[in-house]
Ligand binder design. Structure first.
Ligand SMILES: Cc1cc2nc3c(=O)[nH]c(=O)nc-3n(C[C@H](O)[C@H](O)[C@H](O)COP(=O)(O)OP(=O)(O)OC[C@H]3O[C@@H](n4cnc5c(N)ncnc54)[C@H](O)[C@@H]3O)c2cc1C
Length: 587
């Protein structure tokens, strides 16, 4: 059950497992562990419930969640980004049950075979390789029909999907008229923009149809799926919301961690015992933040904040990797884009009524796009004479264009109004690395977040290529009479490489896809934060299971890989518990 206050929990506050964070990964672990009725599990989630949050349920209303007053986000801001106009950028993370899966753009992209094979190589554990990880993608995925039940033949490859998992994935359930032009472009320019039947089959390169975590026109977050009624009603699963964890505590100054400290008002502190394990699933910002607060990190920096070091692990919070992103928009000669409802309250009310009554219409789909182009830089690009290729392999994209029937998310509508097409361009295999560090010694103060946007010149170079590719895409015959012109600042940017560089530095943001801040490395390696089994190094009792363990960002969006990490992380945990023989299964 979900509890709102600490005193609703049974007295004693002792569980076999305490999971910190009821987000994307945390709810997977909570669900799988409680399959065994003998395990008692408590999830501590800082945010509130997802139930009845309409903007989280109706896919096209996602932007409503970003109003900071509503409290569905950690209202983080990055440190000024010195390579991106010294701007401090807002850094959204979900703060409600389901975590970021309750607020994200719902793209379902797994990354490439090369990405996972690189995880296997750097950790020395073949179980993280592409072939081995498929089992966990399948445990997660429940392929579902699109809301409009259109014929999906030729839009995906059924052989690489599972219909028996928990979290729903589907193709777009509303067909914007521009979709057919995207496909025509792949026919017209196959050398540059070939069609890829299914970008989740290991080699994403090409232009493919969106796959989204949506079921029957509604968001399928980890809260909706992994905490659905049959699971959340298990008597051995307790979820406490509005509970922010400050630290994990060890027994008598040892490196065995078995207690979690939290608060519901940032003043009064409570402690809960975990007799078997603590699982940190607070995400790529929250997890390193809690570790640092707990004295697990770089000894010198912890001393600077007056925090006693319990485990000296210099890599906690380092290697923080995100993907730079820019929204680029063009005016179109059509009224059938999502401006039709976002700029017209009567139409929005009609569309919402249609969504409520039939789960049809434009609101069943995301606003981030119907297709993605995954592309590589030319092998003879000048950048490769000075720079190693940061992509995981030759079948892995460097850049991505998300193609949407409406203005880019971060782009204000120009004064003259209009309808738009947008390309969100992103460097999905970036070279920049940032960090999460402490700002103060108060665990309830936000950490310093540095995604290092465009810090490495490779990323700026690749972004230039991505924007030029978007301009090339709309130059196809398929767009004649439809695309009118770029927005003024983009038109100016496209006049020269210098202008483009200025535009990039002035407008780039991050992709909200951070990983790597509690990275996996081989068991005996001195670098890294967790072993391939996700257990914290040089300590016992703590495992990290969330996006932060991925040592490199996958060349795509991060939720599907996070789900796979969570499914595999939990199976490691179960193996360890049974191997330790400390538990007899009671079925
Ligand atoms: C705006 C946005 C759009 C995105 N769009 C996409 C997309 O379209 N497709 C995609 O694949 N990926 C997308 N992502 C990224 C993806 O959603 C994340 O990588 C993934 O959900 C991360 O999962 P996680 O389990 O690591 O963290 P989260 O899902 O963030 O879970 C962490 C949980 O821990 C809680 N928590 C944190 N600190 C504490 C604490 N101290 N005490 C208690 N609880 C705590 C949080 O409130 C949260 O519920 C997007 C991200 C953002 C921000």
């Amino acid at each position: 059950a979900v509890y709102e206050t600490f005193n609703q929990l049974p007295p004693g506050l002792a569980y076999d497992f305490v999971i910190v964070g009821g987000g994307t990964a945390g709810n997977v672990v909570a669900n799988r562990l409680t399959e065994n009725p003998g395990f008692s599990v408590l999830v501590l989630e800082a945010g509130g419930s997802n139930i009845g949050v309409v903007d989280s349920i109706v896919p096209a209303l996602e932007l409503g969640l970003f109003d900071p007053r509503l409290g569905y986000l950690w209202n983080y801001t990055t440190i000024p980004q010195s390579n991106a106009g010294n701007r401090a950028l807002s850094y959204p993370r979900g703060r409600l049950l389901g975590g970021t899966s309750s607020i994200n753009g719902m793209w379902y992209t797994r990354g490439s075979r090369d990405d996972f094979d690189r995880y296997s190589n750097v950790t020395g554990d073949p179980g993280w390789g592409w072939d081995a990880i498929q089992k966990y993608f399948r445990k997660n995925e429940k392929w579902s029909p699109p809301a409009d039940h259109h014929n999906t033949h030729g839009q995906f490859d059924p052989a690489v999907h599972s219909t028996t998992g928990i979290n729903s994935v589907s193709l777009p359930g509303y067909q914007w008229p521009m979709f057919s032009r995207v496909i025509e472009t792949t026919v017209e320019m196959p050398d540059e923009f070939k069609f890829v039947l299914d970008y989740n089959a290991g080699v994403p390169l090409g232009v493919g149809w969106a796959q989204n975590t949506i079921e029957n026109g509604a968001r399928s977050s980890s809260a909706v799926s992994y905490l659905a009624a049959p699971f959340i009603n298990r008597p051995n699963l307790h979820v406490l919301i509005n509970a922010q964890v400050s630290r994990v505590l060890s027994a008598n100054g040892s490196t065995h961690f078995n207690q979690v400290e939290f608060s519901q008002d940032k003043k009064e502190l409570f402690i809960v015992q975990a007799s078997k394990e603590i699982i940190l699933s607070a995400g790529s910002v929250g997890t390193p933040h809690i570790l640092l607060n707990s004295g697990i990190g770089n000894r010198t920096s912890l001393a600077h904040h007056g925090i006693k070091t319990i485990v000296d692990l210099p890599d906690v919070g380092q290697n923080f990797t995100d993907q730079p992103l820019i929204s680029n928009s063009w005016f179109v000669n059509s009224t059938e884009t999502f401006e039709s409802y976002s700029q017209n309250s009567t139409k929005l009310a009609e569309d919402l009524r249609q969504w409520n009554e039939t789960r049809q219409g434009p609101l069943v789909s995301t606003i981030v796009g119907g297709h993605i182009a995954w592309l590589r830089l030319d092998a003879n690009s000048s950048i490769f004479s000075q720079h190693a290729d940061p992509a995981a392999g030759i079948n892995t994209p460097h850049i991505e264009l998300q193609i949407a029937s409406g203005i880019g998310l971060a782009t204000p509508i120009p004064p003259e109004g209009g309808n738009f097409i947008s390309f969100q361009t992103s460097v999905v295999s970036p070279a920049s690395r940032g960090s999460i560090t402490l700002n103060t010694s108060n665990p309830f103060d936000p950490p310093l977040i540095d995604p290092a946007v465009l810090a490495d010149d490779f990323d700026a170079f690749a972004m230039r290529v991505a924007i030029k590719k978007a301009a090339k895409f709309v130059s196809a015959e398929a767009w004649k009479g439809f695309v009118i012109r770029p927005l003024d600042n983009l038109a100016q940017a496209l006049t020269s490489d210098e202008a483009l560089e200025t535009y990039i530095r002035e407008t780039a943001s991050h992709g909200a896809h951070p990983v790597g801040s509690a990275a996996m490395s081989p068991k005996a390696a001195k670098w890294g934060v967790v072993g391939p089994d996700l257990l914290l190094k040089d300590a016992t009792g703590i495992r990290v299971i969330d996006a932060s363990v991925m040592p490199y960002v996958p060349s795509g969006h991060t939720q599907a890989p996070t789900y796979a990490v969570a499914e595999r992380g939990e199976s490691h945990l179960i193996d360890a518990i049974y191997r330790s023989n400390s538990y007899l299964i009671e079925i």
